[in-house]
Design a protein around this ligand. Structure first.
Ligand SMILES: [Zn+2]
Length: 48
C-alpha cells in the first residue's frame, strides 16, 4: 500500500497515511486536532 502525505488545513500539521490508492484523494483526519487534512502532492516528477 502506498503512503500518502497530508497536511492539516487548520494547524498545518503534516502526517502520513498508508492507505489504498482508491482512498488517496479522500480527506484524512489530522492526528493533532482531528480536522480533515488535504493531500500533499509530493514531487515525484517521473516522466512516463
Ligand atoms: Zn490539525
Amino acid at each position: 500500500m502506498p503512503i500518502y502525505q497530508y497536511v492539516c488545513t487548520a494547524c498545518q500539521a503534516e502526517f502520513e497515511l498508508r492507505r489504498p490508492r482508491i482512498d488517496a484523494t479522500k480527506k484524512a483526519p489530522c492526528p493533532e486536532c482531528g480536522t480533515a487534512g488535504k493531500r500533499r502532492v509530493t514531487e515525484f516528477s517521473r516522466k512516463k
